[in-house]
Ligand binder design. Structure first.
Ligand code: SF4
Ligand code: SF4
Length: 368
């Protein structure tokens, strides 16, 4: 498949060996100045920033009274909903019999407002790349996802202190990975150092007024922050051996009942995950109009696979749990030959109420 990056970038200032564009100069912004510039840009671009409220961080639109907090580990919900809302109207139609267009569905206008997610972590940007293979590929393009993603600039904030549940480096990313990002920021204490990774990123920094050129002291500091972050990453996973295993051997492995025993099918793991994309489509009637709406769904819910006939091919929770891990760690690898369907953000590990850990499941699958 064509490089995901090249599917969304324009002309470049310089090309790396991986084909990505890169600005040759890093810029620095004092933190207070950076915020002022973001606020000035917020008139023309819908800017999402991390905000603490009150227990967890969440991405909110930068507006009056909204105070970003970039000193955070990550948001509880991934930012996938900014591009792929949990509930979205796709089509609408009139149900008024006097209307000549009665019962004829038409597209709802696509939202093409320029967006920027400022402070997104590299694992979540990588998550968009993983999901992009499903929504934007040579055979199929989801116009709603694609139009929003193409309107969006990803301003990543390198992760200076990864948490104990993070494992981005084992799944093709890293705390300072530039994958899918347009700009990468380093937190240097009272300053951010910024590097444009794409032309889109260059444009964003130019629109923000540009910063002072980073000197050797700032670059050295950034290097140290990166090294220290890499050392903090704890447990890793390896999914390489899973690729070589036979599907049936994994499917019929004897550990699934054991893993599924405590699962309460709450769906938390899939709703928080930046790389889960399952949805359901419902038609709703409101007076004389009808809407076709797409809603997030979850393979962990029994209704997800319930057929109209009443038959359910995955009516047991062990079947649903196995599907989640087989899709993430086996089927996705086999289908796309591009790693696993996981960016190592660690949310499912951190928030599963019964401590089911994808890293342990990967180990078990590796050892089949
Ligand atoms: S978060 Fe944990 S308990 Fe809830 S569905 Fe996922 S694996 Fe099961
Ligand atoms: S599977 Fe878990 S660790 Fe991997 S991207 Fe999803 S929430 Fe993050």
């Amino acid at each position: 498949m064509k490089g995901l990056r090249s599917m969304r970038t324009g002309p470049t200032t310089a090309m790396t060996s991986s084909g990505r564009a890169r600005s040759m100069k890093e810029q620095v912004f004092s933190k207070s100045d950076w915020l002022k510039r973001l606020r000035a840009l917020a008139g023309s671009t819908r800017i999402y920033v991390p905000v603490k409220e009150p227990e967890f961080h969440v991405f909110r639109i930068l507006g009056e009274g909204v105070e970003p907090d970039f000193d955070y580990r990550n948001t509880r919900l991934s930012p996938k909903a900014i591009i792929y809302p949990s509930s979205e109207r796709l089509f609408e139609c009139s149900l008024d019999e006097k209307d000549p267009a009665c019962n004829i569905f038409k597209d709802v206008d696509k939202d093409r407002t320029p967006l920027a997610i400022v402070g997104i972590r590299p694992c979540d940007a990588h998550g968009f790349g993983i999901v992009q293979r499903n929504f934007d590929n040579p055979e199929y393009k989801d116009p709603w996802w694609v139009s929003r993603f193409e309107s969006c600039t990803l301003i990543g904030l390198g992760c200076s202190s990864p948490g104990s549940t993070c494992f981005c480096s084992s799944v093709g990313g890293g705390p300072f990975s530039e994958k899918l990002l347009d700009v990468l920021l380093w937190d240097l204490g009272d300053q951010f150092m910024a590097r444009a990774v794409t032309q889109k990123g260059e444009t964003f920094l130019a629109q923000a007024g540009g910063g002072a050129e980073a000197d050797q002291v700032a670059k050295k500091k950034a290097e140290e922050v990166e090294k220290s972050a890499a050392k903090r990453l704890g447990r890793t996973i390896s999914a390489d051996r899973i690729r070589g295993k036979k599907i049936n051997d994994l499917f019929n492995a004897d550990f699934w009942e054991d893993v599924a025993f405590g699962c309460i099918n709450c769906g938390t793991c899939t709703y928080l995950c930046p790389t889960c994309w399952c949805f359901d489509i419902q038609d709703e009637v409101f007076g004389k109009t009808g809407d076709r709406i797409r809603n997030w769904d979850s393979c962990m819910f029994p209704l997800f696979t319930l057929h109209g006939s009443g038959h359910n091919p995955r009516d047991k929770k062990v079947q649903r749990l196995r599907q989640r891990f087989m899709h993430k760690l086996k089927y996705y690898q086999d289908k796309y030959n591009a790693g696993v369907q996981c960016s190592g953000c660690g949310r499912c590990v951190q928030h599963c109420p019964v401590n089911i850990d994808i890293r342990e499941v990967a180990d078990r699958m590796n050892n089949v």
